[in-house]
Design a protein around this ligand. Structure first.
Ligand SMILES: CCCCCCCCCCCCCC(=O)CC(=O)SCCNC(=O)CCNC(=O)[C@H](O)C(C)(C)COP(=O)(O)OP(=O)(O)OC[C@H]1O[C@@H](n2cnc3c(N)ncnc32)[C@H](O)[C@@H]1OP(=O)(O)O
Ligand SMILES: NC(=O)C1=CN([C@@H]2O[C@H](COP(=O)(O)OP(=O)(O)OC[C@H]3O[C@@H](n4cnc5c(N)ncnc54)[C@H](O)[C@@H]3O)[C@@H](O)[C@H]2O)C=CC1
Length: 504
């Protein structure tokens, strides 16, 4: 109900307040729902057919115009999943375990020590019991077994790893899984953006490794991004897609690159949000602009929900932050580009978001959900600006919205050109079902077409001229070519994508 209200709120946002650009792209509520159904239909094709199609694309991309040897309709069938395991029961692992048992699949849930296990057991049980209050069914607790011993996953047909976002740790876990699991068990990672191929290489069965990327809260959000590594077999992809369907999710197969589709586009969006704080905005102002557009949560509330530490670990892994990184760098730059260390500084203060009770906002305590503006954050931002000689200026709602959304959309065009997503529909489904992109606005690529590609191009050029050190604001070559081709409708973009470089 709250979601329906939220959608309605977005649909009715006053034009004067959220600018004409948005109003032009607002679908009536009914049409929004129709668009949501269309996206679901596209994605609910048979998992096997999808996997075969992706397999064919990947071969074509490699210059081989046939199916790989040994690939056939028969051996690309999804495998049945009778028993599953989840390794790592933090924010994500808990919700993933809940989704699995709710679908009737017995689960072994593994944590690293008894203390973490007990916290996780209580959290998972609480979610299941809440579900009972809502739906009136018995919690399927008998399907769950908790353990601190990784060897207990040995009977599972499919294992989903959800430990910290740390490549070294994940490689160790995959290596160990590969030696304790059945030889034909599927090994899946819930990583937010790490290289699935590198994890596959840590195992003795790279063809059985895929990404299964869930979205927070994992038992609620409808999306499953299935990441097809270069060595994943069609059967492995089909199994993951099919399992997503069984869990009631919309499964979208995507290629392997940093951040895949969803988080690769989220990165420039979050970066713009951070830069806007440096320039004078507050987290509430940026979030208000995005929530009035129709998102259930603005960038900062969403980041507090996911956990700021996840991105921090990722940036440390990339060498963008951490001890000694700033030596030799210009202030507020990393590798020659503008970089905002604000999120890193919050993490250094132990402010990880909802899980620690403090992040961009203040919560009632660890695990709290009601976000309150935090005077500490406002003081911190003022001190930060004065330390770096940044003059705060008023940031309009239009600027906040355009810089966040258009940089995200711009990356969507790059993703299409790189062949990481099969088409704009897939990107739209990822955003509508995974990040709460308002359905009545059809998804980011649909929205771009509705606003007008030439408008998006002009606004990106405008912001890029003002911020030459932010390459993500530079319009992508595909966007330029689409505009030069007369802005064809979404269904015809494929004709303008020059090279077949599908990674799928
Ligand atoms: C070079 C490239 C590298 C790229 C790397 C970039 C990495 C960036 C790092 C990012 C971190 C990783 C993130 C990631 O991988 C992908 C993500 O998951 S991003 C997060 C996506 N999620 C969202 O955007 C959520 C948006 N919000 C919503 O959709 C709604 O607000 C929500 C569903 C949360 C609540 O909806 P509402 O209708 O208001 O709530 P209800 O009251 O009906 O509750 C429904 C259900 O949800 C639970 N819930 C509600 N609020 C919260 C909350 N704040 N936190 C957790 N859970 C919440 C509530 O309890 C209900 O669940 P039950 O179990 O049924 O009670
Ligand atoms: N938080 C989010 O919104 C999302 C996170 N992810 C990804 O999911 C993974 C987990 O993220 P979160 O749940 O947020 O992290 P988290 O920090 O909340 O939980 C990680 C859990 O893994 C456990 N763990 C660590 N090492 C372990 C080991 N060797 N064996 C068993 N358990 C171990 C930790 O004790 C902790 O409970 C990461 O790869 C992250 O990038 C993916 C989608 C969304």
């Amino acid at each position: 109900m709250a979601r329906v209200r939220q959608r309605a709120r977005g649909a009715m946002a006053p034009v004067a307040c959220v600018q004409a650009v948005q109003a032009a792209a607002t679908l009536p509520y009914k049409q929004g729902m129709q668009r949501e159904r269309e996206l679901m239909d596209t994605l609910f094709q048979s998992a096997q057919a999808r996997a075969m199609q992706y397999c064919f694309f990947s071969q074509r991309a490699a210059g081989k115009w046939s199916m790989p040897s040994g690939a056939s309709w028969e051996n690309s069938k999804p495998r049945p999943v009778h028993r599953a395991a989840v390794v790592g029961l933090g924010t994500m692992g808990r919700g993933i375990a809940v989704s699995l048992v709710r679908a009737g699949i017995p689960v072994v849930a593994v944590e690293m020590d008894a203390k973490q296990l007990e916290v996780a057991r209580q959290a998972v049980t609480a979610i299941l019991k809440r579900g009972v209050q809502k739906a009136g069914q018995e919690p399927p607790l008998e399907l769950l077994r908790f353990s601190v011993d990784l060897r207990d996953v040995r009977e599972a047909d499919l294992i989903i790893e959800a430990v910290f976002e740390d490549m070294g740790l994940k490689e160790r876990v995959f290596k160990e899984l590969s030696s304790v699991c059945q030889p034909d068990a599927l090994l899946c990672t819930n990583t937010s953006g790490l290289d699935v191929d590198r994890l596959a290489a840590a195992t003795r069965r790279p063809e059985l490794v895929v990404g299964m990327h869930f979205f927070a809260p994992a038992h609620v959000m409808k999306l499953l991004e299935v990441i097809y590594g270069p060595r994943s077999s069609p059967a492995a992809v089909a199994t993951a897609m099919q399992l997503g369907k069984r869990l009631g999710k919309v499964s979208v197969a995507v290629g392997n690159c940093p951040g895949f589709v969803g988080n690769r586009m989220l990165k420039p969006y979050m970066e713009q949000a951070g830069f806007l704080l440096e320039e004078g905005a507050t987290p509430e102002q940026v979030d208000r602009a995005l929530e009035e557009f129709g998102f259930p949560m603005g960038a900062f509330r969403m980041s507090d929900l996911a956990g700021l530490d996840v991105g921090w670990r990722g940036r440390k892994g990339l060498g963008l932050t951490g001890p000694g990184v700033t030596a030799g760098e210009l202030p507020l730059k990393r590798r020659g580009r503008r970089y905002s260390p604000l999120a890193d500084l919050l993490c250094e203060q132990g402010r990880f978001g909802q899980k620690t009770g403090r992040g961009w906002y203040l919560y009632d305590g660890p695990g709290g959900r009601a976000a309150k503006p935090d005077p500490w954050v406002l003081r911190f931002l003022e001190e930060y600006r004065s330390r770096h000689g940044l003059q705060a200026r008023p940031v309009s709602q239009q600027e906040a919205l355009e810089r966040c959304l258009y940089s995200l959309i711009n990356e969507g065009f790059r993703i299409l050109e790189d062949g990481i997503a099969a088409g704009p529909q897939d990107i739209d489904a990822i955003y509508v079902f995974g990040y709460g992109w308002p359905a009545h606005r059809g998804g980011p690529m649909f929205h771009a077409a509705a606003v007008g590609l030439s408008v998006i191009l002009e606004r990106l050029e405008h912001y890029h001229r003002a911020h030459l050190d932010i390459p993500q604001l530079q319009p992508s070559p595909l966007l330029r070519r689409l505009v030069a081709s007369g802005s064809p409708p979404l269904q015809k973009w494929r004709e303008v994508i020059r090279s077949v470089r599908s990674q799928l």
